[in-house]
Each structure stands twice: as C-alpha cells, then as structure tokens.
Design a protein around this ligand. Structure first.
Ligand SMILES: C[S@@+](CC[C@H](N)C(=O)[O-])C[C@H]1O[C@@H](n2cnc3c(N)ncnc32)[C@H](O)[C@@H]1O
Length: 420
C-alpha cells in the first residue's frame, strides 16, 4: 500500500505528516473540537493540538495532518482513556457530518461547557471575570429543530449524489443524510419523499442547491415564499417559510419570558426591538410596555410583524422597515425611559448602529446573540459607553451542537435588583 503524502503546503514543524502522538484533552474549542497541549521540544512547549470528536479528560492517540503557526490539527486514531462523560452518539453519521459536535457528550456536560465557553470569552475578549448563569437547557434534547436545509451538488452524469451536510472542516464535501436525530419528527418523516423528488428532477438543477424543510402545524413546507405559522406561548406568528424564525420552538417560551423579565425589570415604559424579524420579542414583550417599536430590514418580515400584532390583538406595537443603522431616526421615545432588545445576525452590530444607540441612551439593553464572539466584541463598546453588565445568560437552542444563544443584560448607570 502506498504511504499517504502531504500536500506541498505541509509545514513539517513541529510534527511530521501523519505523525502519531499521545495527547490529553483538557478543553473544548468554540468549534467543538478537543484541545490538548503537549511539550514537543524546547522550542515548542505547551504546543496546542486540536482534535475533533474528543472530550476533556480523555487520553487519545492522534494523527497530525496540519501544522499551523501556533497550533496543529490532528485526527483521532484511538481513545486510550475515555471520559466518564462520553456517551454513544445517536446518529451513525456523527463525526462524519458537520452538523453536530457534541453527540458524544452527556447533555449536562454540554451545558456546562457552553457556560464555560461564554465565561472564557468574557475573560479573553472583554477582559472581565464575570459569573455567567448556567446555560438554560432545551426542554427537548433531540428532534427539536423545526428547520433543516440539506444541500446537494449539481447533477453528475445526470444524477444527484449526496443530499445532506458538509463534512467537518470542508467546504465542498457533502455527507448523505437520510435522517437527522436533531430535526423534528415531521422533517424525518418527509425527508425520504423530498430526497426522491430532488433525484427524480435532477435535470432541473444546473447549480449546487439546497432544499428547505420547515415544520408548520404538524406538516413540512418546502416553498420559501409560502406563509406559515408558529405559536409561542399564547401568541401566534405568521412569516414566510424562508424568512428568519428561531428554530427550536420548545425553548421559545422560556427564552422570550427571560427577555421580557429583563427588559422590563428597570421600569422602562417604552421598548425598541432592533432586528425584530416577524415581531417575536416586540410582541411577546408588548404587554409589559406602554409602546413598542420594532425595526427590521426585511420588508416582508415587517409586513408579517404588523399583521402578527393585529392577529394577536396587540395595539401598542408598530414596525418600521429600515436598517437598524438608521433605527433611532424615527423613534420618539425618551431614551432614559426606553429598553432596547437587540438581536442582530451572526456578524453582530456595526459601529454606526452602536454610535446611534449610545446617543439615544436607553436605560436598559437586552442583547440576544447567536454568536457570542461578536457579542463579546460589541460588549467592549457598551462598557466604554458607561453601560454596566448585569447578567449573562446562555440559552441552549441547539443541543448536540457547538452553537448557543447568549443573552447579555446591560443597564445604564447602577444596576437595579430584579423583581420576582
Ligand atoms: C437573528 S434574526 C432575529 C429576528 C427576531 N428577533 C427573531 O428572533 O425572530 C436577525 C434579523 O435581523 C434582520 N437584519 C439583518 N440586518 C439588518 C439591519 N442592518 N437592520 C435591520 N435588520 C436587519 C434580519 O432580516 C433578521 O430578521
């Protein structure tokens, strides 16, 4: 058998290509990989090695495939001493499919690591030691996702091959996914027929594509332009199947209740919901405020938010189609009596938005984020502008994966104790 050869770019320091080393894993990275440190030689002491599918406390045999400037990357060859927290993954594709990173870790430990990850980001990116609240668990650990978007490549020799998700660490290699244990049962029931239809219509696809499967009222919708609905507590939301809506419905009542409790704790009379989508926070929180304004860039989402207010009999909320960067131009609420909920896309807030927000000067800010790293970057600006960090509460909207939502609560001046 011929020996595997490195690419021309391979840098053979400090390890040779496919060198096997024993390593003890001590932490998880924010990409969900195990992190180990090893003293390689006098020049490379405490050298960091990243290894997917490994857990803290485990002793493992690793095969190195890349050396970077400050660290190396390896593949797991063998677990020499497993962690007591290791569990059997539910999905036979775990480790091959890039969708989940933590199926091999008990759920309690997943939550602990997510909490610790936020704590460490606060230390390293904001420079503060802060007691993060324990991550709020999802009531459902499996079959929770109401949306799945499997990808597929354009046909080769007239045939569509894999329909699924990227392999870990690649941008083009797909793994075929027939069933996904984190997707709702409705999605898994619909998948075989949808996959068969894609393959039967292969000639239609000239480029790489993806298919949407979105659960609504016990069925699956695939047309991104079809209006669908979802209930959160006693409110009903309509939105286009392809537009943004949080995709773990089981945790949403606790998630929105937390935001409501925090936003109203300081006694603000008015609420601004920036990046408001189809009105989730604005409408769930409206009963706690005299007036509410939502701002959102997607005109269809604003139309739905306006209709959702009417549908739920809410009369004190209005929605504006505008970029959040120009959000306060049309807001007449007094800043010191206003709470602001911010829920931006993964890239976080830009400076233009933050400058405007600080000039408006809300008494309270509840910052909801699906990307704690950009949230921590932004928190530095809040602290510089005189806001105080009151509480940081991760919510696990994405069990079995490295993802989480993180809520940071900020107030202007002195923090007031929470009621109730
Ligand atoms: C993470 S989603 C949150 C939506 C809503 N808060 C929810 O939970 O359903 C972010 C939203 O920001 C909107 N968005 C993106 N860039 C924006 C911008 N510059 N100004 C206003 N809204 C923006 C997107 O259309 C999307 O609806």
């Amino acid at each position: 058998m011929s020996q595997p050869r490195p690419s021309k770019k391979f840098k053979p320091v400090p390890f040779e290509y496919h060198q096997e080393i024993e390593l003890t894993i001590h932490a998880l990275s924010n990409l969900g990989q195990g992190i180990g440190r090893i003293d390689v030689d006098a020049e490379h002491q405490g050298w960091v090695v990243f290894v997917p599918s490994t857990l803290p406390g485990e002793k493992v045999l690793v095969r190195i495939y890349r050396n970077d400037k400050n660290c190396s990357q390896g593949d797991l060859v063998k677990i020499l001493e497993p962690s007591p927290e290791r569990v059997d993954p539910k999905c036979p594709l775990f480790g091959t499919c890039g969708g989940c990173q933590y199926q091999n870790l008990s759920y309690d430990k997943q939550l602990e690591w997510k909490t610790q990850q936020v704590q460490e980001l606060l230390k390293h990116m904001v420079g503060i030691e802060f007691d993060v609240e324990p991550a709020h668990p999802s009531p459902q650990e499996w079959n929770y996702r109401s949306k799945l978007t499997p990808h597929f490549g354009r046909p080769r020799n007239g045939k569509i091959e894999e329909i699924g998700f990227l392999r870990p660490g690649t941008r083009q290699h797909l793994v075929d996914v027939e069933n996904c244990p984190i997707a709702m049962q409705e999605i898994n029931d619909a998948l075989p027929q949808i996959r068969a239809e894609i393959r039967a219509n292969a000639a239609k696809y000239k480029k790489n594509a993806q298919v949407l499967l979105r659960v609504t009222e016990g069925r699956v919708e695939t047309n991104t332009r079809t209006p669908i609905s979802e209930s959160v507590g006693d409110l009903k939301f309509h939105f286009l199947a392809g537009d943004f809506f949080q995709n773990n419905p089981f945790i949403l009542p606790a998630f929105t209740d937390y935001v409501a409790r925090q936003a109203s704790a300081g006694g603000a009379k008015f609420l601004v919901d920036a990046y408001s989508g189809s009105g989730l926070f604005a409408l769930c929180l409206a009963k706690n405020f005299e007036q509410v304004a939502g701002v959102e860039v997607s005109e269809t989402a604003v139309d739905f938010a306006t209709k959702n207010a009417k549908l739920n009999g809410i009369t004190n909320a209005k929605f504006l189609a505008s970029s959040a960067e120009a959000i306060f131009a049309d807001i007449t609420f007094p800043g010191d009596e206003t709470a602001v909920v911010i829920d931006p896309p993964r890239k976080g807030c830009n400076q233009e938005f933050l400058d405007q927000l600080f000039a408006f000067g809300p008494s309270k800010v509840v910052y909801v984020s699906c990307n704690p790293a950009t949230q921590m970057r932004d928190l530095n600006h809040f602290l510089e502008a005189g806001y105080k960090l009151e509480e940081v509460q991760p919510f696990d909207l994405f069990p079995q994966t490295r993802h989480l939502e993180c809520i940071s609560v900020l107030s202007k001046g002195e923090a007031e104790p929470l009621q109730g």
